[in-house]
Design a protein around this ligand. Sequence first.
Ligand SMILES: [Fe+2]
Length: 318
Amino acid sequence: MKTHYPLTRRDLITGGITLAASGSLLTHADAAPTKDFSFVHLTDTHIQPELGATEGVRKAFAAIRSLKEKPTFALVGGDIVMDAAMVDRKRTDAVYDLWQSTADELGVPLYYSVGNHDVYAIGGSAPVAKDNPEWGKGMWQKRTGAKNRYDTFDFGGYRFVTLDSVQIAEGGKWWGEFDAEQLMWLDNLLRKTGNTMPLVFLTHIPVMTLFGQYTGGTTQALGEGMIVKNGREFVEMIAPYNAQAVLQGHTHVVEVCEYLGTRYITGGAVCGDWWKGKRLGVHPEGFNVFSVKGGKLAHRYVPYGWDAAKYAAKKQDG
Ligand SMILES: [Fe+2]
């Protein structure tokens, strides 16, 4: 039911707290027709030869293949490899080869957002210079087949948008930000989409999270290495639209924040605490499964049963 449109973006932001608190006032415009389907959001695999990472990713993918929902595709939220940013060419090739051969086993189309560990040669021995087409996100695009660093596709009446949240510079520098060129593209895309078609966004670095509050303390603000520094601009931009979910990675926690009718869902991590156990001791290795039914999005986090301590003990035994 369309209750409050047209509202300006400013109305939505300044009235956000009241509207969100009253809940039922905040309804998106009448939904466009959709079909029922399922998809997976998997993020932060950090594949590497060490710590059982490859076996772990294989186990996660086997769990995805045996899901009763049968996902049509997977959104892959970045940090697929550990690492390409600060290492030499040999290590970069080794981890990307591992990713490509393992990803093939999933058997569904993959749509990617780049992670800060996926970019190539920004630091360390910096095996290629900035003007090399493989530098930075070039290597990631080559290895994943991503045509652009941000992109969009439609499925089942939904519009999916894969975002680039990672800005990079020589000297190993990276930070969370949506660049001006991308935001212009997004604004244009949203205008063309209109406010009835449901939207789902994929980002590596979170836009909305309480991570600082439960790790650093309740008054702790996050720096640009943990959250997109101009995320507010993005939140304002998507507010008038039927933005159902923003799928996030990077912090490896299982978390949902809801604001102005959009769920900001952090996908845990396939690797948990970088293949050393549960993240913060409580968030297990897993992925999110989404089901679309009647234009509504439901999701559940699925731990796939990886036990890092057991793997390490087994390895030691023999
Ligand atoms: Fe990560």
